[in-house]
Write a protein that binds this ligand. Structure first.
Ligand SMILES: C[C@H](O)[C@@H](O)CC(=O)C(=O)O
Ligand SMILES: [Mg+2]
Length: 431
């Protein structure tokens, strides 16, 4: 990998907070943003990667990526992928930098950005979309990308190999795509009129599963959930997402008050680190038929391992940019399979839909072979900034065909949205 005299690491921000897109009970003014990485090889190939942030602080992730750059620059793609587990370890276990994590926080976000770019590069070098690169790999090669350190008490390499039975029903995905749900109708900052209109439009486009933000005010939540349930009807699926707003007892009583609206799950009811709290909430809500979903702020495989061991979640929400890229997502997909907990990826952010569709396709084709209680999140924002945007048909993700991991942004978009020097930001700051 070379720097080729160019910056490889950029702070790109979109002012989504202006219209309250992406807003929730804890993140009231998110500007969907990315630390964006471009790797250059000596033979002229490029790999694009990103990690998702909310605006302020993206510059810190950019600096963390720069701190990791020395571990990547100068290495060949072949050397990296020959021992991808070793390379993952190199990034996450550097004797000095691991103090900043380990495998969590800003340094883990940076690891994700760098490794996402490496995976993109690998898929491009092979001329395949990333999901197909994974599907075509031998189980041994998949397993060789995973760091099993800290998880062998629940998943050994041998068990992982036994799970990876080989490609199944790829044709079904090519024809039908992977089922999706939408979060874009009901961000917390949207008005009643917007909620109703967006749900009505989404129903017309074939959406049947809807996620609603809750957690700021109970009366307001009752009002919004009633409005949405009335609009989508009794047979469509509703999920609610509190983005970590409550204490444990508060979560149980609040969600009980919303149970008449029949949500399938409550997402992130409390601190993302409180595994036993999630277990208590799961236990209390099970009689109401409401599961607990979490994972978008679950930084590593060890946390997921304990969530699974403690029966603290009923839906695993992997995140392509929070975990350590594809390598660590593979570990979580395999553990979720072992515990028979469905995976429903998180995708609320810029680029997350583009990335995570590859992982869930691999999960279906090579790991779970099931669509029961499974769906991938979709948000209808900012896809126009990508060179290979997601394709949704009848509320399903259609498998991407372009080589790579779908995270290359249009150069014009990057230029316009670079912070603070891009035109978008100059204009906003001069207002
Ligand atoms: C700040 C983000 O938009 C967050 O609300 C996304 C999220 O929780 C989700 O998509 O789920
Ligand atoms: Mg969420």
């Amino acid at each position: 990998m070379t720097e080729g005299g160019r910056r490889i690491n950029l702070d790109v921000r979109f002012p989504t907070s202006l219209e309250q897109h992406g807003s929730d009970a804890m993140h009231t003014d998110p500007d969907y943003s990315a630390a964006y990485v471009v790797l250059h090889t000596a033979c002229g190939l490029r790999g694009f990667g990103l990690t998702f942030t909310l605006g302020k602080g993206t510059e810190i992730v950019v600096l963390a990526v720069e701190a990791l750059a020395d571990l990547v620059v100068g290495k060949s793609l072949q050397d990296i992928v020959k021992d991808f587990r070793g390379f993952y370890r190199l990034l996450t276990s550097d004797g000095q930098m691991r103090w900043l994590g380990p495998e969590k926080g800003v340094i883990q976000l940076a690891t994700a950005a760098v490794l996402n770019a490496v995976w993109d590069l690998w898929a491009r070098a092979e001329g395949k979309p990333l999901w197909k690169l994974l599907v075509d790999m031998d189980p041994e090669q998949i397993v060789s990308c995973v760091d099993f350190r800290y998880i062998t008490d629940v998943l050994t390499e041998k068990e992982a190999l036994d799970i990876l039975v080989g490609a199944q029903e790829e044709d079904r995905m090519m024809k039908e795509g992977y089922p999706a749900y939408t979060t874009s109708c009901a961000w917390l900052g949207y008005s009643d009129q917007q909620l109703k209109q967006l749900c009505t439009d989404a129903l017309k486009s074939g959406w049947t599963k809807f996620k609603v933000k809750v957690g700021a005010n109970l009366d307001d939540d009752i009002h919004r959930c009633r409005l949405i349930r009335q609009t989508i009807g009794p047979n469509n699926t509703l999920m609610i997402d509190a983005n970590q707003r409550w204490d444990v007892a508060e979560a149980i009583s609040w969600v009980t008050s919303l149970s008449e609206f029949k949500p399938l799950w409550i997402e992130e009811p409390t601190s993302p680190d409180d595994i036993l709290g999630h277990a208590a909430i799961s236990k209390a809500l099970a009689p109401l038929g409401i599961g607990v979903a979490t994972g978008e702020q679950c930084a590593n495989r060890v946390m997921f391992k304990q969530f699974l061991q403690a029966s603290a979640l009923q839906f695993v929400q992997i995140d392509s940019c929070r975990l350590g890229s594809v390598n660590e997502n593979l570990a979580v997909l395999l553990m979720a399979h072992k515990f028979q907990v469905p995976v429903c990826p998180h995708a609320g952010g810029v680029g997350l839909c583009e990335l995570v569709q590859h992982l869930i396709l691999f999960d279906y084709i090579c790991v779970s072979a099931s669509l029961s209680n499974r769906m991938c999140e979709y948000v209808d924002h900012l896809h126009e900034h990508f060179t290979s945007p997601v394709v949704i048909q009848n509320a399903h993700y259609m498998p991407p065909k372009d080589p790579g991991y779908s995270c290359e942004m249009l150069e014009s978009s990057v230029q316009r949205h670079q912070y603070p020097e891009g035109d978008t930001w100059k204009l906003l700051m001069n207002k």
